[in-house]
Design a protein around this ligand. Structure first.
Ligand code: SF4
Ligand code: SF4
Length: 156
């Protein structure tokens, strides 16, 4: 995180978020880090940190949060949602932030649909790869790789 310049913060950003259905309790976050410790995306991407996203939002770093690529990394697995001791419902909060980013012109309108399609594609790919590995006699990795390339170009 770059240095924080208070006069550039949007003090109302947190209220704007908390006014949206699903994000009502996000100001309850007490920075315990349970979400980040359990997040499968944070495990593979050191820049992804749900706790930090909430801190940035609470501080009023609207521009940084809504224009960040990191907003689109969440796979919506609901692990943080289930474990949060404060009932923050981060999976819903991230959805609220994504919709705000679109409504306020930070990203293209079709971003959510594209991410949804990509998530579905990745899940299918995971199932195909597991099936391939569980049945090495039928393993056709070359075909899977070709399908990935073809399908990915249609998804995004
Ligand atoms: S688990 Fe909940 S309270 Fe803890 S840091 Fe994450 S959102 Fe905040
Ligand atoms: S819903 Fe998103 S932020 Fe929460 S644990 Fe899953 S991937 Fe991480």
């Amino acid at each position: 995180m770059d240095k924080i310049i208070l006069k550039e913060m949007d003090a109302n950003f947190k209220n704007e978020i908390a006014a949206q259905p699903g994000a009502e309790h996000f100001k309850r976050c007490f920075t315990c880090g349970t979400c980040t410790a359990a997040c499968p995306v944070a495990e593979v991407n050191e820049d992804y940190d749900p706790r930090k996203i909430i801190r940035m939002a609470l501080l009023g770093m609207k521009e940084e949060v809504l224009s960040s690529d990191i907003l689109w990394m969440c796979s919506r697995c609901y692990t943080c949602y289930a474990l949060c001791p404060q009932g923050v419902k981060f999976t819903d909060v991230i959805e609220v932030l994504r919709e705000m980013a679109i409504r306020q012109g930070y990203v293209p309108k079709d971003r959510i649909q594209k991410i949804r399609k990509l998530d579905k594609f990745v899940q299918k790919l995971r199932c195909d790869l597991i099936t391939n590995k569980l049945h090495p006699e039928n393993d056709d990795s070359d075909a899977v790789c070709k399908t990935v390339k073809d399908e990915l170009s249609q998804v995004w």
